[in-house]
Design a protein around this ligand. Sequence first.
Ligand code: PLP
Length: 356
Amino acid sequence: VFNFSPGPATLPLPVLERAQKELVSCGGHGMSVMEMSHRSKMYMEIIEAAEAELRELMGIPDNYKVLFMGGGATMQFSCVPINLKQNGKADYIVSGSFAKKASQEAAKFLDVNVVASSKDTNFNCIPDLANAKFDPDADYVHITTNNTIYGTRYTKLPEVGDVPLVADASSNILSEPMDVSRFGLLYAGAQKNIGIAGVTIVVIREDLIGRAAENTPVMLDYKTYADSESMYNTPPCYPIYIAKLVFDWLKEMGGVPAIQAINEMKANLLYDYLDNTSFYHATAKKADRSLMNVTFTLPEPAMDALFVKEAAENGLVNLKGHRSVGGIRASIYNAMPMEGVQKLVDFMADFEKRHG
Ligand code: PLP
């Protein structure tokens, strides 16, 4: 089937096949990665390669650390304010429900100023920043680079001066080039473009490490991970291994610019179709459309269930929109082949013909 799930999401087939081949014995070691000591030479080679490849793929500057953490992107909603708090205030741009959750969690630890929000239009766009009043003394500005539920993304980063820009890039990391030097910190759960749930990648500028209060729980402090190469305790070994396989695959595909070109072709195929029919309606504002999550509605919400059911019968699964928006959402992360998107468009045309 072609799996359009928003996450955990489809993995590249070559990655699954390689994981299968190496499941029982990896690298001639006679044991599964699941059975390796995380401090063994054989496992160290895996985690070191994962970091090196991510650095290469994203062009991560030397003054940034890569941390492999657990707890999902959601744990970062807490870690960010806990670790970056200095003046005790932060600016948040609320562009969707994960951005909102991040801001609500941060409000437990510092004063949160919501500088812009697109809630009034049910998050169908990135908030207009023309009137946003950024605080020059804020500890950071937090954004969500791609809004998984609503299908929007930033095409231009906000200008925040010297204040560190912090981004939840869970649903578009590695889908298009990102200038890491523009960020103080980037984080992403793995289960969309990196691999499987269990590991969260944090890319952080070194000067932002070591600011957490004395009584910060050891597993929430970025310094713990930075000082121990993410090996203070047992890391999520298998998810890190899968991430390495995904990075290998991405390099073989030609890296991030090459995958971006494919992602644009996939998204354009869908959006062009949506723009040329009056049966379906694309919900996100054109200028802010996501390359990863394409959201649209049918003429009647009552038709959603039939669409989802018939699509599934045609091998196109997990197309139901998020309960807060309704409609349909096609998540087309890096691993979704063009063929899957073409098949979806063909199905949509057929559905329109029969029900339009
Ligand atoms: N942020 C974004 C943009 C997401 O899409 C998600 C999950 O879909 C999350 C955060 C939550 O991630 P996790 O389940 O890894 O905590």
